[in-house]
Design a protein around this ligand. Structure first.
Ligand code: UT7
Length: 309
């Protein structure tokens, strides 16, 4: 039993914060941020549940499904509204869903982890999954620390996956974690994000390149068979370094980091939704999503874009 993405939607909070806004109050500049990261602006002021609900509504409307038809919700997030209960409970109630719901924390690799989890649940008999990535890491960031403040924005994006007769939803996947590297990027309860940026950069490129090679091999595909590469949106230089090593072109890569910044679990689906909205995805296309993040976690998944009705 396979499945296809039949609906998608995104939500960004209204407040736009540009690099120039940071330069007014921190020892930084638009030039430094653009050159080192490719980021121009980000959205702030989001709440995990609210953004997830809005993105979920759009995805459900596009899919033409009611809440009752959805029998599983997975919310990928590292910035839930509360420690208890899981934010997915609130989202489940607001959207009037049936079946179960749970939060999944695999940091910026969370959405790819959630897609693989949804694939497994479709195979055990679920009929329709709502998978959402929603994060509000701007509130987890010390806005006085120029080395992290400029790097994180807020947002959410969602997909509806319906079981169908296709052989697979996920064609191939790779999930990984190296918990010995947890200190490279962490946030204590009640504290702010700490990150060794240079080391995360180096490890991220290596992890993504290895993970992408693994899924291509498992799917028996070449880089040129991939119609769209949807990487985690942390830094344009990381995306370019991965592309160069794997052999993907920037034209076949979904990039939104310039306008969204790093939105953690929301970053891959935000890029996917932008590509789908722009008509860049067609039935039969192979789409490769790949993310890395705190943990360090990484995840790659290849899906084949299905009929969207
Ligand atoms: O989802 C995963 C999350 N994280 C990431 O993916 C982040 C991965 N890392 C990165 O994207 C990059 O390492 C950064 C953007 C964080 C930093 O870029 P870099 O080219 O690795 O710079 P650097 O850390 O080597 O810092 C160069 C200099 C330092 O000054 P010194 O030590 O050379 O005097 C920093 O203090 O740039 C300084 N710096 C800044 N200058 C202006 C750091 N942040 C800023 C800033 N504005 N905002």
């Amino acid at each position: 039993m396979g499945g296809s993405i039949v609906g998608w939607g995104a939500h960004l909070p209204e407040l736009v914060v540009t690099n120039h806004d940071f330069a007014k109050r921190l020892d930084t500049s638009d030039e430094w941020i653009t050159e080192r990261t490719g980021i121009e602006e980000r959205r702030m002021g989001g709440v995990c549940s609210t953004m997830a609900i809005e993105a979920g509504k759009i995805a459900m409307a596009r899919a033409g499904v009611t809440g009752k038809e959805i029998d599983i919700l997975i919310l990928a997030t590292t910035s839930p509204d509360q420690a208890i209960p899981a934010t997915s409970s609130r989202v489940h109630a607001e959207l009037g869903l049936s079946g179960g719901a749970f939060d999944l924390n695999a940091a910026c690799a969370g959405f790819a982890y959630a897609l693989v989890t949804a694939d497994g649940l479709l195979k055990t008999g679920h009929r329709c999954a709502l998978v959402i990535g929603s994060d509000t890491l701007s509130s987890a960031t010390d806005q006085e620390d120029r080395s992290t403040a400029i790097l994180f924005g807020d947002g959410a994006a969602a997909v509806v996956i319906k079981a169908d007769d296709s052989p697979n939803f996920i064609v191939a996947y790779d999930l990984g974690v190296d918990g010995t590297l947890g200190d490279l990027l962490y946030q204590n309860h009640g504290g702010y994000i700490h990150m060794d940026g240079r080391e995360v950069f180096r490890r991220a490129v290596r992890a993504e390149v290895d993970s992408i090679s693994t899924v291509l091999e498992r799917a028996d595909l070449k880089p040129s068979d991939i119609s769209l590469f949807v990487p985690h949106q942390a830094n344009l230089r990381i995306i370019e370094a991965v592309n160069q090593r794997v052999g993907f072109s920037i034209d076949n890569t979904a990039v939104v980091v310039d306008k969204t910044d790093n939105t953690s679990a929301a970053s891959i689906p935000l890029a996917l939704v932008a590509a789908a909205d722009a008509g860049r995805l067609h039935e039969g296309d192979y789409v490769l999503m790949s993310g890395f993040g705190a943990g360090m976690t990484w995840a790659s998944a290849i899906i084949q874009w299905g009929p969207t009705k």
